[in-house]
Design a protein around this ligand. Structure first.
Ligand SMILES: [Zn+2]
Length: 412
């Protein structure tokens, strides 16, 4: 990249006003938007973009079968001049977890104190959404004529059970022309290793959720030998799952298993005839659905239970909805552009880390789904998904500038 192109990218980042960006964040935090109830926040994002002449559109998300959800992503595009130049996706989710009851203040106060902005979703991830909106607007309003496109997507239902908003972007072909994805989820706080911002997160483990049905045989509870106790066998299944072998990956670490739920039986004096076990299984590359199923089948067969055991994965609106693991190549130009941008904005080299759990970024990075080089860079805070959640306001502005500069470097 030439010196003048670097200067152009820096100028776009410098145009981001910190006060405006924090005001934008505060307004978004003050609009409650737990998953499946994002309408007001989507409308706010739409209007913010519309007032700036940035031509937003609603993109409808419908899932009639399981969740009966209807909602709207908000998208906007900066058109580049060269169809062969890369298209950059900027993605963030506008929903939060359900408002946690333990807050000692209004969970949507947006109160700012000591450089921390408080509220449900402040860190996860309205801070990051404010960052990409500010970066998008700065590039659109600059004199720069980008060669490549920039696609802004403020999506719904990331915190809900299926990541329906980003899933729908892929299904409707909106990412077909996209070359790289940038997601501004909180970074270091959810990474595998102890790093601090500025940090670039270059991969994530994947996840499956076992849903195991155990069927025994009912009998009078005073004569348990005449039945097969599904609750007891479910306990054995949970233990066997807990001890499953897991693979290891040099960058993503180890896979993991965590039994989450056992249910079944009743207070009636009957041998319980059915029970259910659910277990989380985080995976690394090489551990796919078939491997993970086979591992559980083998471990459970070894138990030689009298109950019938049926191993499944949680119900899903579509078999394509799953969280595969991914790793983004460190040498990809996306990473180089954001390393340069971080050095320019923050004056230091970014840390590089990998995410511990899953999110919409898996849909983008997973070779079986959008298969995009995917990078997470986001502001940190504390108490994500709980009471007292906050984000560091200076990191929100820093991320906005890194995204603005990194994206400009890629599309210019
Ligand atoms: Zn999130």
């Amino acid at each position: 990249m030439t010196d003048s192109a670097s200067e152009t990218a820096q100028a776009v980042a410098d145009a981001i006003d910190s006060e405006e960006t924090i005001d934008l964040l505060q307004e978004m935090v003050q609009i409650p938007s737990p998953y499946f109830e994002e309408h007001d926040c989507a409308e706010f994002v739409y209007e913010w973009l519309d007032e700036r002449g940035l031509d937003p559109e609603y993109h409808h998300v419908s899932e009639p079968d399981i969740t009966e959800y209807e909602g709207d992503n908000v998208i906007a595009r900066i058109e580049g001049t060269d169809p062969d130049a890369p298209t950059v996706l900027l993605n963030g989710h506008i929903d939060t977890v359900k408002l946690v009851e333990a807050w000692e203040e209004d969970p949507c106060s947006g109160r700012i104190e000591d450089g921390k902005l408080y509220g449900q979703g402040a860190c996860d991830m309205k801070g990051g959404v404010a960052g990409i909106m500010a970066a998008f607007a700065a590039l659109a309003e600059s004199d720069v004529e980008p060669r490549g496109d920039v696609l802004l997507t403020a999506v719904v239902d990331e915190e809900g059970p299926y990541g329906l908003g980003s899933d729908r972007l892929i299904r409707d072909g909106l990412l077909d022309e996209v070359d790289v994805a940038v997601v501004t989820e909180p970074g270091p706080i959810l990474s595998q290793s102890e790093v601090e911002n500025p940090a670039l997160i270059l991969g994530a483990r994947g996840r499956f959720l076992y849903d195991v049905t155990v069927t025994g045989l009912a009998a009078h509870g005073s004569q348990p030998e005449k039945g097969t106790n599904a609750v007891v066998d479910a306990g054995r299944v949970a233990e066997a799952l807990d001890e499953l072998p897991v693979d290891s990956h040099p960058l993503l670490g180890d896979g993991s298993v965590c039994p989450l739920l056992i249910e079944g039986g009743s207070q009636t004096l009957s041998v319980p005839e059915s029970a259910r076990v659910m277990a989380d299984r985080h995976v690394v590359p090489g551990e796919d659905e078939a491997t993970v199923r086979e591992q559980a089948e083998t471990a459970i067969a070894d138990l030689d239970l009298d109950s019938d055991v049926e191993i499944d994965f949680r119900e899903s609106p579509d078999p394509g909805i799953k969280y595969g693991p991914y790793v983004t190549d460190r040498d990809h130009p996306l990473v180089g552009a954001f390393e340069d941008a971080t050095r320019s904005v923050a004056g230091v080299d970014p840390a590089v880390a990998y995410f511990s759990s899953v999110g919409d970024f898996n849909y983008f990075g997973d070779p079986d789904r959008a298969d995009l080089p995917t990078l997470i860079v986001g502001p940190d805070g504390e108490n994500i998904h709980s009471a007292g959640e906050f984000v560091y306001t200076d990191e929100v502005v820093e991320v906005a500038r890194i995204v603005a500069e990194g994206t400009t470097r890629l599309v210019c």
